[in-house]
Design a protein around this ligand. Structure first.
Ligand code: NAD
Length: 427
């Protein structure tokens, strides 16, 4: 069992104590429904033939067609893809999306491939898995190192194979070929709604709440900006090179501009159109994680807060925008310290929620305005956050366990609706 899968399973075990779920359902969730390993031959620009390993795992389709991203990374393995597919099963159930969980991946370092090679590889991946996927079977999406352009190639290749346009087989496509407005900001926006809902319960006003964000990419930079505009004091941010800190708060929009222009942080303070260089300090990622802030948002990688550094965390609330940034061993330490952790399967589920909206729009052919997408996202994120909050209060559990209970109930009900041992014996 991989570390990731073992960690994911630990959380499931915790939740099982609180859910009255049939033994059949537990048995069902032990193994993925189907796993596919493929070899993808790619003609490289210099004429060589190179074969890449690719995977697609459909974990469980009881609640609907399976859904999950495709990752391009040197560490991709069947085990990792399987763990991520398991995670997706729960994330879709947390948000009550009519989907099961899946994941895919290709083992490679995409940074060393040319765009032409990347296109041939992406089309080759679809050639290899075409019989395993489909708009009503298994739907792909972007993940680490895959983006809308790659999703566009994948949709196009699948459509060529089927000899008809099939936009619903992939989400996260460019808007011009069936993507949804708001998909690019959906993860951050979803996280923002969760954070606002939870902090309001603790009577915290934005102005008196300090925030540190680890990771200044698609998700982290956007969530920092949303919080900044809502009046929160974002006092530290970091990327893979390190971070910056300013006690009086950072001007996030200026920082984003500066980072886009120079690809590194330069702290600016921008108010009333006057730009002054602000007093700021540089800090390491370790220092950012242990800052004395109210809210800590890991939005970079998995396994960032572990049993080793959990003791140094001073934040009162952690919102997991990244997948798996807090290990299950760290959960235990944080709980003892009274730090409240809000789990990835809720906090970052805005992305898959708008992916669902994209699929619905593709199926109906009716496309929504940005305001409509965001309004529907807000409604869903707040409703599920409230439900999980109520569950955590009722059962006196962490929000993570409550989120797993919430998902398990839905998955369990769906499995039971198809007939369980009790059903056959007692009816
Ligand atoms: P990204 O590649 O755009 O950004 C990652 C950021 O993390 C970059 O700024 C990078 O410099 C920084 N980083 C890398 N190593 C770091 C380190 N050691 N310390 C601090 N910063 C570091 O990726 P993203 O799409 O923003 O995804 C970030 C996380 O959010 C991932 O765990 C991803 O699985 C999760 N997530 C993203 C989405 C989405 O829609 N983008 C959806 C769900 C989950």
């Amino acid at each position: 069992m991989t570390m990731l899968f073992a960690d994911a399973s630990q959380r499931l075990q915790q939740a099982l104590k609180y859910v009255d779920i049939s033994e059949d359902a537990i048995e069902y969730l032990k193994f993925p429904q189907a796993s596919l390993s493929v070899s993808i031959p790619v003609r490289m620009d210099d004429g060589r033939l190179k074969v890449f390993q690719g995977y697609r795992v459909r974990f469980d389709s009881t609640r609907g067609p399976t859904k999950g991203g495709v990752r391009y990374h040197p560490n991709v393995s069947l085990d990792e893809v399987q763990s991520l597919a398991f995670w997706m099963t729960f994330k879709c159930a947390v948000l009550n999306l009519p989907f099961g969980g899946a994941k895919g991946g290709v083992t490679l370092n995409p940074k060393v491939l040319s765009k032409f090679e990347l296109e041939r590889l992406s089309r080759g991946y679809i050639d290899a898995i075409a019989d395993f996927i489909g708009p009503d079977i298994d739907i792909l999406a972007p993940d680490v190192y895959t983006n809308p352009m790659i999703m566009g190639w994948m949709m196009d290749q699948y459509s060529r194979i089927r000899r008809k346009l099939c936009p619903g087989v992939v989400t996260g496509k460019p808007v011009a070929i069936g993507g949804s407005l708001g998909r690019d900001t959906a993860t951050a926006m979803g996280a923002f709604f969760v954070i606002k809902t939870i902090l309001a319960k603790h009577n915290r006003s934005p102005q008196e709440t300090t925030v540190a964000v680890q990771g200044f990419g698609n998700a982290g930079a956007e969530v920092a900006e949303l919080l900044f505009h809502a009046g929160y004091q974002v006092i530290a941010v970091s990327d893979s090179q390190g971070g910056i800190f300013a006690a009086q708060g950072l001007d996030i929009p200026s920082l984003r501009q500066a980072k886009e222009a120079s690809r590194s942080f330069k702290a600016f303070y921008c108010q009333d159109s006057v730009h002054n260089l602000v007093e700021h300090e540089l800090l390491s990622n370790e220092e950012l994680l242990s800052l004395d802030v109210d809210v800590l948002i890991p939005a970079a990688l998995e396994n960032q807060i572990t049993e080793v550094n959990a003791k140094d965390v001073q934040a009162k609330f952690i919102f997991e925008v990244a997948n798996g940034p807090v290990t299950s061993a760290a959960d235990h330490h944080l709980q003892q310290k009274g730090v409240q952790v809000f789990p990835d399967i809720l906090v970052n589920a805005g992305g898959v929620t708008v992916s669902y909206f994209e699929w619905v729009q593709n199926k109906s052919g009716l496309y929504w305005s940005l305001a409509e997408v965001n309004q529907r996202l807000q409604q869903k994120m707040i409703a599920e956050t409230e439900a999980i909050w109520a569950l955590s209060q009722k059962q006196a559990t962490s929000m993570r366990t409550a989120a797993y209970i919430h998902a398990l109930k839905r998955i369990g009900e769906a499995i039971a609706a198809k007939g369980t041992r009790d059903y056959y014996i007692n009816h």
